[in-house]
Design a protein around this ligand. Structure first.
Ligand SMILES: Cc1cc2nc3c(=O)[nH]c(=O)nc-3n(C[C@H](O)[C@H](O)[C@H](O)COP(=O)(O)OP(=O)(O)OC[C@H]3O[C@@H](n4cnc5c(N)ncnc54)[C@H](O)[C@@H]3O)c2cc1C
Length: 385
């Protein structure tokens, strides 16, 4: 069990703010989605005395492996964790030694090798560890598991959340922190994320240092990128000797992935992947040859860089729900956590929830648009034919 600053709490309902519909009682705040964005928001609001309820579709904290390693930037995730009183705990668990970046040619020739052992300011943490850190800082019961939102319905004096299990509850302020396929977003806009044309096939190797020390040396401590025209392999060191590898495919339609890679059998998928990398140095082919049986297709979607919505009282979005972008540059989690910290700052400092949401949205739109445009350009250049 990790130790966090979870004891620094204020009692719920100490603080409240005005909403047009609230009429004298503490505003009921729902956060839909218990990812890094939603949990950071819940934590900072809790520290400031606001009671919130987080609704998460997964059945419990260990329902899913949660995915890869994340580097938290000083002006993004780290800033948010500082406001959440969790920066010290993060720095204790973060992998400072895994901030390297290496680029190689398929022949094995090293193009550059930046070794940042302990020197960089963007330490890595596994997504699961980050989520546990945030979860353990919240009071028991604040996160309601097994609550998959089906829809949100405006009602007199708020919004009713309807869950797939038939439950429903009404709130004054609903924050959609439910990722790329947000079910809160339709209240604000009909725009949906568009497929970027690229699909990552994710594979992984466990205990690489013990089992395959030569491959561990090839990957190094951080990220390894190998590229040859459209063929691309990214290997990322995670905690506990795990290495996560993304093989990128350009597919016009993501549902056509099984025409290229047979995902029904790990052996067949490995064979198909190896064929695509014919001629590459054996050290890279071996990364595919020895990977474990969990092989997953991840089509990459993004909202338009200039995506905005007209404000609507009592509802807003943070993180991927507001601005899902490609993973180039590793901004997604940092922006999700910064959104959370900024929305919390506006709510804490404002007597009116509607004004707070308006202030947050105005600043967030201005912050995200240039970044999302830069990420989209970088993504296209990086993977262009
Ligand atoms: C392949 C890949 C690699 C990536 N690598 C990086 C990286 O290295 N660095 C980086 O910064 N970013 C990376 N990203 C992006 C990053 O994962 C996201 O930007 C980040 O997780 C956004 O956080 P969030 O809290 O907004 O949403 P999410 O992390 O998506 O969390 C949303 C939460 O809402 C829950 N939820 C969803 N729908 C519902 C519902 N209907 N009802 C209730 N709960 C629901 C989900 O279960 C989840 O817990 C990557 C993305 C991909 C696809």
């Amino acid at each position: 069990m990790m130790s966090t600053a979870g004891t620094q709490t204020a009692s719920p309902n100490e603080r409240c703010f005005e909403t047009a519909a609230r009429g004298g009682r503490a505003a009921r705040i729902a956060i839909v989605g218990g990812g890094p964005g939603g949990l950071t928001l819940a934590r900072i609001l809790h520290l400031n005395g606001f009671a919130t309820t987080v609704f998460e579709q997964e059945s419990d904290a260990s329902a899913r492996t949660q995915g890869g390693s994340l580097d938290l930037h000083p002006d993004g995730g780290q800033l948010a964790l500082a406001r959440a009183g969790l920066l010290e705990a993060f720095l204790q668990y973060a992998r400072h030694e895994d901030q390297g970046m290496r680029a190689m040619e398929p022949t094995g020739k090293v193009l550059f090798d930046r070794v940042d052992a302990h020197g960089g300011d963007r330490p890595e943490i596994d997504r699961k560890l980050l989520r546990d850190l945030l979860l353990q800082s919240l009071p028991e019961g604040m996160v309601r598991w097994d609550r998959r939102l089906a829809s949100v319905v405006p009602v007199d004096g708020g919004y009713t959340l309807r869950f797939e299990n038939g439950a429903q509850e009404t709130f004054d302020l609903v924050v959609g922190a439910d990722g790329a396929w947000s079910r809160v977003r339709p209240l604000l806009s009909a725009v949906r994320p568009a497929y970027t044309g690229l699909t990552f096939i994710e594979i992984g190797i466990d205990d690489i240092d013990e089992r395959y020390p030569a491959l561990a040396a090839t990957v190094g401590h951080g990220m390894l990128s190998v590229k040859d025209g459209e063929r691309r392999l990214l290997a990322q060191r995670n905690g506990n000797g795990h290495v996560r590898i993304y093989v990128s495919l350009r597919l016009d339609e993501p549902e056509l992935v099984d025409r290229h890679i047979d995902l029904t059998s790990p052996a067949a998928a490995r064979r198909d992947l190896l064929q695509r990398f014919e001629g590459w140095s054996p050290q890279f082919l071996d990364l595919i040859r020895v990977c474990n049986d969990e092989i997953v297709a991840r089509p990459i979607y993004a909202l338009p860089a200039d995506f905005v919505w007209s404000g609507r009282p009592g509802v807003t979005l943070i993180g991927d729900a507001a601005h899902v972008m490609s993973p180039a540059g590793g901004h997604g989690v940092n922006m999700a956590m910064l959104d959370a910290a900024e929305l919390a700052r506006h709510l804490v400092g404002n007597a009116s929830a509607d004004e707070a949401v308006h202030g947050y949205e105005t600043e967030m739109f201005a912050r995200i648009a240039p970044l999302a445009a830069e990420v989209a350009r970088g993504w296209e250049n990086h993977f262009k034919r």
